[in-house]
Design a protein around this ligand. Sequence first.
Ligand SMILES: N[C@@H](CCC(=O)N[C@@H](CS)C(=O)NCC(=O)O)C(=O)O
Length: 239
Amino acid sequence: LLDIGATPTKFKGTIMYKLVIGNKRYSSWSMRPWTTMRMLDIAFEEIVIPLDTPTFKNQVAKYSTAGTVPVLMDGNLAIWDTLSIVEYLADAHPDKNLWPTHKAPRAMARSMCAEMHAGFMALRSACPVNLGKKFHLMERGAKVDTDIARISELFTIALRKYGDSGDFLFGEFGAVDGYFAPVIVRLRYHGYQMGTLIESYIDAVLGTAAFQEWNAAALKEEWIVEADELDEKAKEVLT
Ligand SMILES: N[C@@H](CCC(=O)N[C@@H](CS)C(=O)NCC(=O)O)C(=O)O
């Protein structure tokens, strides 16, 4: 039986976590905690469950009743849903600064993740994550444009107000950058140009060792979900 009542175990320098994820080519939610943990040097063992297979639900059920990935396992304690995973890690590793340390940027970073978690549906559905393909920019509708304008506004405020001390939204890499990594992939891989300030932030995230490692593994995967590969309207430029 899974333990749902334990308190976080203190990190002792050996691998104590298991992170259950989907395949890297498509799994936007899995990319968030994976890149965050890698960037902040929080050790974990990875368990990949390929998406869209007849056995997916049964395999995930070994870890969580939610039926989705990612799931963080701390011993036999399951933490599901990305925002809770990030908060759990922030509690367990205060030294890793998953959130900015000061009140105002910390509140803004958390608000941005919550807004991302529940929103940007038009962008998410029009521009799926598929690390194997890049698409030409095309008209994708007013709702997608509204989402992109809001993302641009959030990035610009964070980078101008708090980003001076490093390459990322609030300076050093934090959970918020992991949280927006798949959003960045959608923008870059679907042809959007975001202006110099945001483009250099996008370059910084895509240039991290964590994203590079994720991407290299994604491109080597053998699982292909046909439905995610078909986009008759978008003109593919690279495969
Ligand atoms: N709100 C969840 C969403 C997780 C989610 O939708 N994961 C996808 C993969 S990216 C999944 O497991 N899909 C399989 C399914 O729903 O059957 C979270 O934050 O973790």
